[in-house]
Design a protein around this ligand. Sequence first.
Ligand SMILES: *[C@@H]1O[C@H](CO)[C@@H](O)[C@H](O)[C@H]1NC(C)=O
Ligand SMILES: *[C@@H]1O[C@H](CO)[C@@H](O)[C@H](O)[C@H]1NC(C)=O
Ligand SMILES: *[C@@H]1O[C@H](CO)[C@@H](O)[C@H](O)[C@H]1NC(C)=O
Ligand SMILES: *[C@@H]1O[C@H](CO)[C@@H](O)[C@H](O)[C@H]1NC(C)=O
Ligand SMILES: *[C@@H]1O[C@H](CO)[C@@H](O)[C@H](O)[C@H]1NC(C)=O
Ligand SMILES: *[C@@H]1O[C@H](CO)[C@@H](O)[C@H](O)[C@H]1NC(C)=O
Ligand SMILES: *[C@@H]1O[C@H](CO)[C@@H](O)[C@H](O)[C@H]1NC(C)=O
Ligand SMILES: CC(=O)N[C@H]1CO[C@H](CO)[C@@H](O)[C@@H]1O
Ligand SMILES: [Zn+2]
Length: 608
Amino acid sequence: MHFKRRLVVLIAGLLLGQVKSHPQADPCQNFYEVACGNWSSTEATSLLGQLDYNYQEKLADLLDTEEKDDEPRFLQQLRYFYAACRRPLTQDQVLRTLEQLIVLADIQFEELTVGLTAAFRLEVLADINSDNKHEIWKQLLSRRKDWDTNTTNREPLTRDKFDELWASLPKKRSADKDLFWYQVSTLEDEIMSFGREDDGLPSDDLVTWTPTSWMLPWPHRNLTYRNLYQVAYLLKIQTPGFMLTYIYLRLRLVPEGRSRESWLIDRDECAEQSRQILSHPAAWLMEKNHPRLQEEPVLQNIFEELKQRFGQKLRANRNNFTRRTQRHLMSKLKRMRLRLSILPRNSSAQYMVRRIDWHYRDVRMNASDYFGNLYIGLNHSRPQLENSLWSVVFGRTLMPSRSSRSDLYPIQGNYGTFASPFYITQQNILIVPLSLLEPPLYSPGQPPLLTYSSLGFILGHELSHGFDSEGVTFSANGMMSRTVNREIEGNTRLQHEFRCLYRKFGSRWYEKFADASGLELAYSAYFDIAQTDRKRNRSTEHLVTQKQQFFLNFAQFFCSDEDYEQLLEQSAYGSDRKRVNDAVAHFKPFQEAFSCGTSHRRRQCRLF
Ligand SMILES: *[C@@H]1O[C@H](CO)[C@@H](O)[C@H](O)[C@H]1NC(C)=O
Ligand SMILES: *[C@@H]1O[C@H](CO)[C@@H](O)[C@H](O)[C@H]1NC(C)=O
Ligand SMILES: *[C@@H]1O[C@H](CO)[C@@H](O)[C@H](O)[C@H]1NC(C)=O
Ligand SMILES: *[C@@H]1O[C@H](CO)[C@@H](O)[C@H](O)[C@H]1NC(C)=O
Ligand SMILES: *[C@@H]1O[C@H](CO)[C@@H](O)[C@H](O)[C@H]1NC(C)=O
Ligand SMILES: *[C@@H]1O[C@H](CO)[C@@H](O)[C@H](O)[C@H]1NC(C)=O
Ligand SMILES: *[C@@H]1O[C@H](CO)[C@@H](O)[C@H](O)[C@H]1NC(C)=O
Ligand SMILES: CC(=O)N[C@H]1CO[C@H](CO)[C@@H](O)[C@@H]1O
Ligand SMILES: [Zn+2]
């Protein structure tokens, strides 16, 4: 998700018993509905979104307090960024920023992000990349907020006007006026050609608004939703370089005196952006003021239990692997580590400060230049991001192998959430941002059932990524093993199971595997007695009720609202509804807990 929607309602207690379940739905058919039935209409977008929101509130509080004398340099940069973001923004600033960007030699998504943020007055940092450009434009076209229409002009450019604007345009040496006019006029003609006259047809699918801050041409005729997508498509296929200059020209169409108004970005959004742009300084400040690391043993213990359960599966050796591959798998599992926080652990406070300072040594924020800061921040994180592949919520990520254990792991908003943990294949390490250890997901001393069914599941999910089709060939220290790869490719049973998952879930299969496996591990860690955890005293009373509660709490982690749901529909995970229902669909203990008939039991694809 790229524009996170503002949370309207704060939720107090989400978990177990506090969400009204939906008794009419059949748990065996649609367990999501049972668990989340009435959640969407009343609560926040999603639980992880809520954790982000709470975190940002606290961060904003800290950034609103006075600076102290001895603060590290990186913290000053964070304060400058936040302060500049909180100042009233003006069209004049927008124009000056665009003038600096359009003359740059190489204009990419970072520059376009700054340009669109400035021109469209976005409050939330857009995450633009080659995959979601269309989505961004659809979002921009769908925004409906009151705005001063006098600050924009929505008529196509005439050649005369174009000539006049071009004469005062800061230009690159390579700029070709006729070519640029050709591109502009072609694009504008196409946009203006959309829409239909009043033809008496039903008006249900007519767009009834002009998008907020829309400074591009807007047809005089009525647009259908289909037209809107067509306009979005036309805009998305333009290059970032063309788009920036074009937007600048369009903004200049309005005489500067007409656009005196200024606008403000809310403090939560500024805190969120501060966290996106300077994630480590933000994490450092938060961890200093809201220490959470004492929770570490709770998670480390659960993680060890999950590893132990997964080890049992591996030892059963369903795939009849050779001893060599078995050793590879067992050693990988044994040495998989869990690290809390995106900051290096196990280092002195001074070292940590030096490490972060060094990472941000080239970043010089200006306490009165928000758009300039945005560019500095995005430009600074560009090389890191180019070197790593990212996936979304509960991502798995491939880091460049040269990165070291003391690295500052970048945390990105384009996960959809900052609270999402991730597994780094090349380092065999699982990173859990501390912001995950907050209510309503976690509070110290909560019943273990709640912890196992939520955090236990999340850790199990990430652990399982170490053993999906991509992860499995990487060794305990993150090296790709050709021998193991060959054996896996030649293993008839495992390949058959891979295909089974693929047939069922398509390219999303490895997430579904991680979900199913994570649930199984967490369930087993909580309910099955194992030698390693005799110390825990499980109550045997009301076992069926406990099991039902376990599954309900697991499912309620995914409750989200409908809009958000639709967006996720397109992501690697499928909708939350399907995620929950797919994860429980073939899980025997679930079917027993809810007395589902055998008709619901189909064969489960099992990798291990
Ligand atoms: C827009 O401009 C017109 C004419 O200049 C003026 O009457 C109107 O009040 C302006 N609207 C706003 C919201 O400033
Ligand atoms: C747009 O649609 C409305 C409602 O159907 C109609 O009244 C109006 O005339 C249409 N405008 C144009 C320019 O076709
Ligand atoms: C596993 O391998 C052994 C010998 O290598 C063989 O006897 C056995 O049948 C195999 N089992 C399966 C399920 O393929
Ligand atoms: C932390 O560092 C110390 C010394 O550098 C080392 O002995 C210890 O094993 C490390 N602990 C972890 C968890 O890496
Ligand atoms: C900070 O930005 C303002 C424009 O908003 C500019 O006038 C000023 O020179 C900048 N300061 C530095 C140190 O670059
Ligand atoms: C952008 O980043 C490059 C290094 O990646 C640096 O050389 C350049 O000065 C940066 N530009 C700005 C405006 O920060
Ligand atoms: C374990 O639970 C049982 C029954 O609830 C209780 O009688 C017993 O004292 C508990 N043992 C420990 C070590 O807490
Ligand atoms: C689907 C459903 O149960 N909707 C209900 C959610 O809660 C509101 C208010 O409590 C009811 O009016 C809806 O019928
Ligand atoms: Zn995953």
